[in-house]
Write a protein that binds this ligand. Sequence first.
Ligand SMILES: [Zn+2]
Length: 380
Amino acid sequence: MSFRFLHHQGVADGPRLGTLVTPHGEVSTPTFMPVATRGMVRGPWPDRLRPMGVEMMLANSFHLAARPGVETVQKLGGLHKIMAWDGPVLMDSGGFQAFSLAAISKVTDDGVKIAHPVHGAMVDWTPKVAFDVQAALAPDVAMLLDECPADPRDRISVALAVRRTLLWARMQRDMHEARGGASSGQAQFGIVQGGVFEDLRGECARGLVAMDFDGYAIGGVSVGEGHEAMMDGVRHSTQLLPVDKARYLMGVGTPLDLVESVARGIDMFDCVYPTRSGRFGTVLTDEGPYHLHNAKFAADPRPLVPGCDCDACLTGVPRGILRAGLKSHEFLPPSLLAHHNLHYLIHLMKRIRLAIADGSFEELRAAINFAYRRVEPPQL
Ligand SMILES: [Zn+2]
């Protein structure tokens, strides 16, 4: 895999255009990857993703290894076959799952002991296991197993997480090189931890850059620290990352987070936000989000967003009946809302790329700020 620039301002932390070149095709950046944790996006059908403009997908090694299992994925025809997707795939390593399942996991220098999501017994998820699972499942980009600290403001635990993240990074980089490095066909991204602390972000970024990864992710953000602290974390990290390697902000985000992170030099994103918020009744629009549960939509005959050319809006199903269906736990409304929201974000990334190219990015950034900064993201 390689990353080449089409356009950037020659600075470490400005908006930039690029192309990721992977064994399964090219990806225009900045890009947003839909989350298919278990090989499936929650809502949209797989054959609608490419027409929507999706160029790269995310799957999760920990969950796929738990069920159906690596051997079963291979028997079923492999990762791309089970996803019904022939384009590039990036695979998360399970570090965030250890964080999100912190109540049932324990981290030591050897790795993570974590409750198996299917049968509940404690299993070892070590840097070697994470590496081997990703080598076997064969995504285009493998993420390192890292430690995502539970509280990004707790300096002691963040410093420990940085030390472990670098220790595990060295181990996994050595395994990657022993497997042939770039000639294995798989790219490997390091993950910068460091919470809200500029010096710890710097220590982690410098340590990873010295190991020369194919790209760099910024992890441990969007975990409750707030938008401004998150943007500080992004800025502290991107300033220290090489200009000629892809940068990926994990688990982000909302339209506001996306434009503000692109403004700080991020190339890649993933998040469950569009599909999850849709399933809970939030609809993304250029005027900001609205909540379909609101009683004022009960007899609204309009589609979700008049003029939107996504498959969900083109069905013409009225807001009023989608609202009623949501309240009655019908399957169709969550699926249509998730589809529209994902389409909205994928289309937003395309608009961002065009705006960077024609010099109008700041206007688009201001419009998204106007629409989305005046409202708090809905609690999910
Ligand atoms: Zn739509």
